[in-house]
Write a protein that binds this ligand. Sequence first.
Ligand SMILES: [Zn+2]
Length: 141
Amino acid sequence: MAVYLSTALRQRLVEIDDHRCAYCHTSQGNSGNPMVVDHLLPRSKGGATTFENLCFACYRCNLFKSSQVEAIDPLSGETVPLFHPRRNRWGDHFAWNEAGLRILGLTPIGRATVTALNMNNVVIIDARRNWVRLGWRPIAD
Ligand SMILES: [Zn+2]
């Protein structure tokens, strides 16, 4: 569903997320699609359209996240919160594998988010392989 954002609010998101997905770091330029606005706490659960509750996400991460706010850590089997781009630092929870193709979950939050958002699906791995071939290097902060 389309979200109306004021110019000032959209500009704050652009400045902090730099037109890339706050989850998988796919840039708008690499995806070829505009970022969508993700409500960290979904509107269906009372989430507000405020800076603290919004991030840019690629279409795919937003689709897989859906209305989830927590997911299962595949290592421990425990239910943990999903990565929260406004409260958590990406590099504390994720890293890139050596080839720059796969996102590794470093913590329960990281592992649960990688799995729940399908952040290493075959389509994005294929795209990352092409970007790496062209000299793209993933951003890990
Ligand atoms: Zn993404």
